[in-house]
Write a protein that binds this ligand. Structure first.
Ligand code: UD1
Length: 435
């Protein structure tokens, strides 16, 4: 089993280039099968989640070709046997975004069957809102034996109100509505940058979607979509992770290929706690506190443009080194503090009460062997390891590899002492090498 071994204590310094947004890619790759023509998608992050989804798209008969490491050609015109189409394999159940094929295939073929989504274990992750939206458009949806099946004679545009803001439901309903007759309105829609990106992609294929990025999205049904060429936006969360790593290690990192506006919630919190954030057109520089301790603060996770739940663990690790007590309220997923026990093993002082974590800052972390409980918490533990005194071993890095491309290479380029190892012998070799 692959593990990370890290020797902490070196400030990260240098430049890093951010990959395409994983969560946008997952929606866009699924949406690409909605046309029979070829779509060429650039800036696809080469991470486990996108590879798994592409494999699933291939298995239902679409033609998938890698033009280069980050450019993929997808042609949904080769999908056959529509009546028996079923998206299920041992991998697809592991990624949450498999559900995007539900909306995409339902929209295109009026029939879809997809294995119930998995993903990170960060709390109950129902799909009732997705189902409610499909049903409003006229689909009949059943759930059983681990599968979701949606069928419709025809889809007709409707007004859909989401009781709770959901990124996945917004994208899924938007995709299904692209071919629905008449006008669909999604009210209380999520506003995340990747929702806008999926809408822009669909519009570039000939869809008629307006209002993406606001809380009301309006979709006029069209008869067919054409092929397109499209480049995915940069990953807000990967960028945020490097921003936190720079602050937590008291470093100085220029984070390139970002959209600074998408990072505002993160930049403003980093500035508040004493780090310096310089914004440029398509990059941000984060500088630590020059040997001083960061300041504590309060964080409430909220849908965009609020502070993202996907940055909550990385922020907690950074605040764990601040000079005082911070409070984090997790308002999106109820089970997102599982990493705090691992962080405590590195010397953090964190108490979890319900959806709140109370963090009493310590001067430094000390290296330990810890287990990555999920994708973002795993990345947060890497940051802790980079900031810690001594050696840290992180197990179960397969979660981290779901969403970060060449994470260890990018960190090494910034001076981080981190390697992937598989055996105790390799850990010893690393320790001897870095001293
Ligand atoms: C997406 C992101 C994930 C991020 C999350 C919140 C992708 C592939 N994943 O996940 O990285 O952490 O947004 O920003 O883009 N809910 C329901 N019923 C539903 C759907 C959701 O009650 O049918 C609830 C969830 O339990 C959660 C909240 O709504 O409490 C928000 O979830 P949602 O925005 O749907 O998250 P995902 O789309 O799964």
């Amino acid at each position: 089993m692959e593990q990370y071994v890290i020797k902490g204590g070196t400030p990260l310094v240098g430049e890093v280039t951010i990959a395409g947004a994983k969560n946008a890619a997952l929606g866009i790759l699924a949406a690409a099968v909605m046309t029979d023509k070829e779509c060429i998608i650039e800036n696809v992050p080469n991470v486990r989640d996108t590879r798994v989804l592409l494999q699933a798209i291939k298995e239902i008969g679409a033609t998938v070709k890698y033009i280069d490491e980050h450019t993929v050609s997808i042609c949904g015109g080769t999908i056959r046997n529509i009546d028996t189409l079923c998206v299920d394999d041992e991998f697809i159940r592991k990624i949450r975004a498999s559900y995007y094929l539900l909306g995409a295939l339902l929209g295109k073929y009026k029939r879809s069957q997809v294995a119930l989504p998995g993903g990170c274990d960060i709390g109950s992750r129902p799909i009732d809102l997705h189902i409610k939206g499909f049903e409003a458009l006229g689909a009949h949806v059943t759930v059983g034996k681990g599968m979701v099946t949606a069928t419709a004679d025809r889809l007709v545009g409707k007004h859909v109100y989401l009781d709770k803001i959901s990124v996945g439901a917004t994208i899924n309903i938007m995709m299904a509505a692209v071919f629905a007759e008449g006008k669909t309105t999604i009210e209380n829609a999520a506003k995340e940058p990747h929702i806008v990106d999926v809408a822009n992609f669909l519009n570039s294929m000939g869809a008629n979607i307006k209002g993406a990025g606001t809380n009301e999205i309006r979709i006029r049904g069209v008869k067919e979509l054409k092929g397109t060429e499209y480049s995915i936006i940069p990953d807000q969360i990967e960028a945020g992770t490097f921003m936190m790593a720079a602050a937590a290690t008291d470093g100085n990192v220029l984070i390139k290929n970002v959209i600074p506006k998408h990072l505002e919630a993160i930049s403003s919190k980093l500035t508040e706690i004493g780090a310096t954030v310089e914004e440029y057109d398509d990059s941000v520089r984060v500088i630590g506190c020059h040997g001083k301790r960061l300041r504590p603060t309060q964080i409430i996770t909220q849908p965009y443009p609020g502070f993202p739940t996907d940055m909550q663990p990385q922020m907690a690790v950074t605040l764990g080194l601040s000079d005082g007590t911070s409070v984090i309220s997790e308002n999106i997923f109820e089970n997102r503090f599982k990493y705090t026990d691992e962080l405590a093993r590195m010397g953090a002082r964190i108490k979890v009460e319900g959806n709140m974590a109370i963090i009493s800052g310590v001067e430094s972390y000390s290296g330990a062997t810890v287990v990555a409980p999920d994708l973002r918490a795993g990345a947060a533990l890497v940051i802790a390891g980079l900031a810690a005194e001594g050696f840290t071993v992180i197990e179960d890095i397969k979660y981290i590899q779901r969403g970060y491309e060449k994470f260890e290479e990018k960190l090494r380029d910034l001076g981080g002492q981190i390697e992937i190892v598989e055996t105790e012998k390799e850990i010893i070799k690393f320790k001897l090498k870095v001293g």
